[in-house]
Design a protein around this ligand. Structure first.
Ligand SMILES: [Cu+2]
Length: 320
């Protein structure tokens, strides 16, 4: 039991290991609420024990009745009003730290769009488009603009800030200003259908120089394969229905249903962190995505010859 409880804490997706100021405020609030809850729990337990111990001594019925009114008024009205007011004061104190950034206050904007069941990531002002692995510069005030392409999703990287809903027809925003280089896990936190549990993301915080290099590279169109298997794979990609759903910038493929694959070879994971991006996994993903991620909107291509699927893997792996 303790092991189960403990395993939820201190992970790379826990509000109790904050790395930014807003996340630290939320952590403090969480502990304050937990502490108050524990004190009240202790008092209630104490009263229960007291009631048990003294159960036979109450012979004076008038007194007992007066006592029970006191308990109902005190414990049922006065105490909750005081406790909730104190907690509310705490919440008010935390709210400015986690609210949407003021226009002009940030130096980079990143647009994250929720799809069933992956995250599309755009960097306005550049051509860069990626998925699920959100690169950010360290020590920079970044405005995340959250939207959805379909149903309600919720963007939440617990170590970095509060969760923010993606509502159809609206855009919400939140600030991420991460002081420490590192990788922080996040997860969709609004049930959005069968693939919801496999809709995770990663915030990869890099030193600002490394981030610029990464961004410049992501903005480039895809490399054209020079020949061999990868070239065959590209032809396969354009003749199979892949291009109806996926964009590869610099080629005729401009589908908007699935993730942009222009630099798929530079991502470490596939399908919203469901599997590591290896040749074997890529092959199996193309063959039968449902096996990895039931409900995924990508159909399987087991009907393509093995050589065609191998060629597709060679092509996609080359797209660094
Ligand atoms: Cu979801």
């Amino acid at each position: 039991m303790l092991l189960v409880l403990g395993s939820g804490c201190g992970s790379n997706q826990s509000i109790t290991s904050p790395v930014t100021d807003p996340a630290r405020e939320i952590d403090t609030l969480w502990w304050a609420m937990f502490a108050v809850g524990m004190v009240i729990f202790g008092i209630v337990l104490g009263l229960l024990v007291l009631a048990y111990v003294r159960r036979r001594r109450a012979t004076d019925h008038d007194r007992a009745e007066r006592m029970s009114y006191a308990v109902i008024l005190g414990g049922g009205m006065v105490a909750p009003v005081i406790v909730l007011a104190v907690l509310f004061a705490f919440v008010i104190r935390v709210m400015p730290a986690v609210s949407a950034p003021k226009p002009g206050a940030t130096s980079l904007t990143v647009e994250v769009t929720g799809h069933q069941w992956y995250w599309e990531v755009r960097y306005p002002g550049t051509d860069a488009v990626t998925a699920n692995e959100i690169h950010l510069p360290a020590r920079t005030r970044v405005r995340i603009v959250a939207r959805t392409a379909d149903v309600i999703h919720s963007f939440w990287a617990p170590r970095l800030n509060r969760k923010i809903d993606m509502i159809p027809g609206r855009s919400n925003s939140i600030e991420l200003d991460v002081p420490k280089v590192g990788t922080y896990r996040g997860q969709c936190s609004e049930f959005c259908g069968v693939g919801h549990a496999e809709m995770a993301f990663r915030v990869i915080v890099q030193p600002p120089d490394a981030f610029r290099t990464w961004l410049d590279h992501q903005a480039q169109p895809a490399e054209t394969p020079s020949g061999g298997q990868a070239l065959a794979g590209q032809q396969q990609f354009m003749s199979a229905s892949c291009q109806d759903c996926h964009t590869i910038r610099g080629t005729p493929a401009d589908g908007r249903v699935g993730p942009d694959l222009t630099h798929i070879g530079s991502r470490r994971t596939l399908a919203a962190l469901t599997i590591p991006n290896t040749s074997r996994n890529l092959f199996q993903w193309i063959t039968n995505p449902q096996w990895w991620k039931p409900g995924s909107r990508m159909p399987g291509f087991a009907s393509l010859p093995v050589s065609a699927r191998r060629a597709l893997v060679a092509y996609l792996e080359g797209l660094h």
